[in-house]
Design a protein around this ligand. Sequence first.
Ligand SMILES: [Zn+2]
Ligand SMILES: [Zn+2]
Length: 388
Amino acid sequence: MTLAVNLTNAIPELVAIRHDLHAHPELGLEEFRTSDVVAKMLEELGYAVTRGLAGTGIVASLKNGTSNRSIGIRADMDALPITEETGLDYASQNPGLMHACGHDGHTTMLLGAARAIAERRNFDGTVHLIFQPAEENFGGAKIMMDEGLFEKFPCDAVFALHNEPNLPFGQFALREGPIMAAVDEARITITGRGGHGAEPQETADPIVCGAAIVMALQSIVARNIHPMDPTVVTVGSFHSGTASNIIPERAEIVIGIRSFDPGIRDELERRIRLIVEHQALSFDMTAEVDYQRSYDATINHKAETDILRDLAVRFAGRENVKDLERPFMGSEDFAYMLKAVPGSYFFLGSRVTGQEKPLHHPGFNFNDDLLPIGAAFWTELAESYLPI
Ligand SMILES: [Zn+2]
Ligand SMILES: [Zn+2]
């Protein structure tokens, strides 16, 4: 095995690819242009490219040598419905859409690895590069799997990364076990009885009821869940009414719920339903709860996390490798891949000045200096996982 892949010479090409993707962001399941660009490059590099999983998803496979072993590395391709405010000369040309999570960078790093892996041919086995759509919303990973991803392209292990502007530049942050939370969403519609703001006694005010529900929900994490179990209940939206002299008919509340333990996940739903329905009843109103389970928790496997850690230490030095004390409460549809195939997901830090905008901010921009690092790391991971 030869370590120390150096992709310094590839930087201009990687930066050009990343800026092109950044200028043309596309929403989940609509990454048509992005998918075309990616597939074309991979075909030119000699990969067997399969298109169309989850619509815009791509798997690029390369076999070398005689081994039956295989590795999967995944990048996400989708952008967000955010109006970009970076002022960059390669800023989004698609109004209202933006690469604000750095998936343009993730895709570019894996393309950089694709070139290095193909040119070096320093592995024995099969490399599957998985470019998935719709990480942000529709669970593109799950859709690709439902369409036979791992039956068609069996992987002994899968890996993925996310850039993280809150972590120091070049730091590898990993964690055995839970690393990202499960997320669910509850949409609550409170129906009261509207009327004149001067005659509240003739009405049933859904705003007052909604306010009581918002406050009562705070007791779940504080009083129903074990203090050592990480859980979040966030009221992210509360809409009702139009003017000071009108009591509205309805109020709508949207809640985001995050957890790790499946039993706690069930308990959160039970408590939320109880609180909402009974609070509404106490105000002589009704409330409907539309409760949708979304992504499962992302749970890293031990052996594959050890592989990541060992390589990261050799690659970046022990001082740049950190085992996270706590998981993040964000979510990831890579969770589904890790339920089907052993693997590990990690963060690659991109903070330089401390002034970087966070992920999902209209001023966020992926740090191009990470491109050769991520691409080289993926190359070394593939080569060291499939040694000659
Ligand atoms: Zn995101
Ligand atoms: Zn993301």
